[in-house]
Design a protein around this ligand. Structure first.
Ligand code: MG
Ligand code: MG
Length: 259
């Protein structure tokens, strides 16, 4: 049985979610052809610390950076590097914070300049599948209802769900119970209870669902080397409708960040 969070804990998770949401927007403003992923990582690291938080990915199991930066066929867990982003690339940015003893964790896949129509569709469908998952994250449902919602939506467009990785509970630890797979069957899995805080994070491939782990032991690549997208938001399970803690509003609403 997964213990729900208290409202006090949820407020601390909300503060983290806000910092993460704003960090992703700060990074997004700078995503452009000619920029390296290492430069973007520096922006995030500085922004997180300026807000009094710690980049929680840095040093996590030895991860070397504040952000996971996963370009094109990298699904997740890519290292920032001196790779120079070019027109038509996509870059999945995953960001984590530790603040007041609690965690933030959200991700967004940015297009670099103009991307082709198929890639644009992959981004749109992956993000929409996340919102389908959020719609299913209500008290009385189970984790399988979330997975089912994501999977059926994604597969109706001919894209595929990565199954080796999944969403998770969030709290004092970055990865808590329950696991939240992006595929599954309705009515199966962990019962969702009001006050549970979970990260839903579809990782969706343009081609087949097969993936492999790079020799560095971190970066997960698509086996067919086609592109993969990743969006992640943190929500509180509530009755009737989940409450979003992190948001893409800072990225998508008129491009300005207000504090
Ligand atoms: Mg994440
Ligand atoms: Mg996560």
């Amino acid at each position: 049985m997964v213990k729900p969070k208290t409202e006090e804990e949820i407020e601390l998770l909300r503060e983290n979610a806000l910092i993460v949401s704003k960090t992703l927007a700060e990074v997004g403003k700078r995503v452009a052809p000619g920029v390296t992923t290492l430069e973007l990582n520096r922006v995030a690291d500085e922004f997180i610390r300026d807000n009094g938080a710690i980049p929680s990915f840095l040093g996590y199991d030895g991860f070397p950076a504040a952000l996971c930066m996963s370009v094109n066929d990298v699904v997740v867990h890519g290292f920032p590097s001196d790779y120079v982003l070019k027109e038509g690339d996509i870059v999945s940015v995953d960001c984590g914070t530790l603040y007041k003893g609690y965690n933030g964790d959200s991700a967004y896949t940015f297009p670099v300049g103009e991307v082709d129509a198929e890639t644009r569709k992959l981004l749109d469908v992956t993000k929409a599948s996340l919102y389908k998952g959020i719609e299913a994250a209500v008290a009385g449902n189970r984790t399988g209802d979330i997975g089912y919602a994501v999977q059926t939506y994604v597969e109706s467009f001919g894209f595929s769900v990565v199954r080796e990785l999944e969403g998770h509970g969030l709290g004092r630890e970055m990865h808590e119970e329950p696991g939240v797979p992006n595929y599954g069957r309705r009515g199966k899995g962990t019962h969702l209870v009001e006050g549970m805080v979970i990260c839903i994070e579809p990782m969706i491939n343009a081609g087949g669902r097969g993936v492999y782990l790079a020799r560095n032991g971190w970066a997960v690549h698509t086996s067919d080397h086609r592109k993969s997208a990743h969006y992640e938001l943190t929500v509180v399970v509530r009755k009737g409708r989940a409450e979003q803690l992190s948001t893409y509003d800072f990225i998508e609403k008129d491009g300005t960040i207000n504090f």
